[in-house]
Design a protein around this ligand. Structure first.
Ligand code: 0X9
Ligand code: CA
Ligand code: CA
Ligand code: CA
Ligand code: ZN
Length: 349
């Protein structure tokens, strides 16, 4: 085992969230007004509205190398933005595509900042930084900064942190939320790596891809198969916390198994280890931590053979406060991954 024990880490937040879960589900229309900001002292984090404003600002400042769209809508009707960064961004060129996804889990707000930092770095650095310019010219960088904006907004909607993890889709029986990282379609529900209990933090949902956010991401990645070839070559899904670099599979402790040869495993592992050396995280197979089924990385590799990693960001350990580092940590903890991001881009060929 690499360390973190899910049940212990979430305890405080879960109690608060469950107690509040009885409010009626919101209609599936675009929410009119977002949360004003993060709790006092943490305003450096981006709310959903601030995130969209930041993406629009990046596009208006760098129109030639960006294109902003949506992969679909959340349960509550929010658009899930995706930004493409590449030279000739309006054209789907024949260049390796690299996907970064963040904030699949609502309370892991530092990851949204990680994706925004990637957007900022590859736009602001274009034309001046040789390395950045080279990647933007030779790759198509796809960034989904918040896969779970319903959950993220709910988490901060009281002016305090609720410790919310799942999406905001109601369940039979009255509880709310599916764990998006147990709801992906590859070997969903295969291996006791998720909960069947709707009120649980790791509830897998009633069926594979029952969550609209999961359906949107899967459809988006499926749509990147062009002429029978998946254009996305590499992917990081950012989480928090524990400071780990993890590679698939999560549903089994085996290395070579159905859907993965030993050579493929070794390749995933060697890039993972190189990235971990660059950021000081602990490397491992995802199942070293605990078995999961239906996670995004198993789906990305199992379905599309994308080089895919789960990064667990800062801090190394903690209680539920580990999900809420002060906003002073945004810059050091996001720039810390610059080298790892560049290693992934270099290996996306
Ligand atoms: O449990 C998860 O979904 C991820 N950890 S988190 O604390 N951010 O919730 C880890 C998923 C990686 N997969 C496996 N550990 N098998
Ligand atoms: Ca803010
Ligand atoms: Ca291009
Ligand atoms: Ca392309
Ligand atoms: Zn997570």
């Amino acid at each position: 085992m690499l360390g973190k024990r899910r049940g212990l880490v979430v305890a405080a937040g879960v109690v608060a969230a469950v107690a509040l879960a009885g409010s009626p589900a919101q209609a599936r229309t675009a929410p009119e007004q977002g949360v004003a900001d993060f709790p006092s002292g943490d305003e450096g984090y981006h709310t959903y509205d601030e995130l969209r404003a930041a993406l629009r600002a990046a596009v208006s400042a760098h129109p030639g190398i960006t294109s902003l769209s949506s992969i679909g809508d959340t349960y509550e009707g929010r658009e899930i933005p995706v930004i493409r960064i590449s030279d000739n961004a309006a054209t789907d060129e024949d260049e390796p595509e690299v996907l970064f996804t963040c904030n699949l889990h609502a309370r892991e707000h530092l990851t949204t900042e990680m994706c925004l930092h990637i957007v900022d770095r590859f736009t602001a650095g274009y034309g001046s930084d040789e390395k950045i310019t080279g990647f933007v010219d030779s790759r198509e960088i796809l960034v989904v900064p918040s896969l779970n904006p319903d959950g993220a907004e709910y988490d901060i909607s009281g002016g305090w942190y609720r410790g919310w993890r799942k999406n905001r889709q109601p369940n039979a029986g009255g509880s709310v939320g599916t764990d998006l990282n147990r709801n992906f379609s590859y070997k969903w529900a295969c291996c006791q790596g998720a909960s069947t209990s709707p009120s649980a933090e790791t509830y897998r949902g009633p069926s594979a891809a029952s969550a609209p956010e999961v359906r949107a991401l899967q459809a988006y990645v499926d749509s990147r198969v062009v002429g029978g070839v998946q254009q996305i070559r590499a992917h990081i899904d950012f989480h928090a916390f524990s400071e780990m670099v993890l590679w698939p599979f999560g549903h089994t402790h085996d290395t070579a198994t159905e859907g993965m040869t030993q050579a493929e495993y070794d390749h995933l592992k060697s890039i993972g280890q190189e990235m971990a050396t660059s950021n000081g995280y602990t490397p491992g197979q995802t199942s070293d931590m605990y078995i999961t089924d239906g996670d995004i990385n198993d789906w990305m590799w199992g379905t599309h053979k994308v080089l895919t990693y789960c990064f667990e960001m800062y801090p190394t350990s903690g209680g539920s406060d580990g999900f809420y580092p002060p906003d002073e940590q945004i810059v050091p903890q996001t720039t810390r991954n610059d080298g790892a991001v560049d290693i992934l881009l270099a290996n996306a060929t």
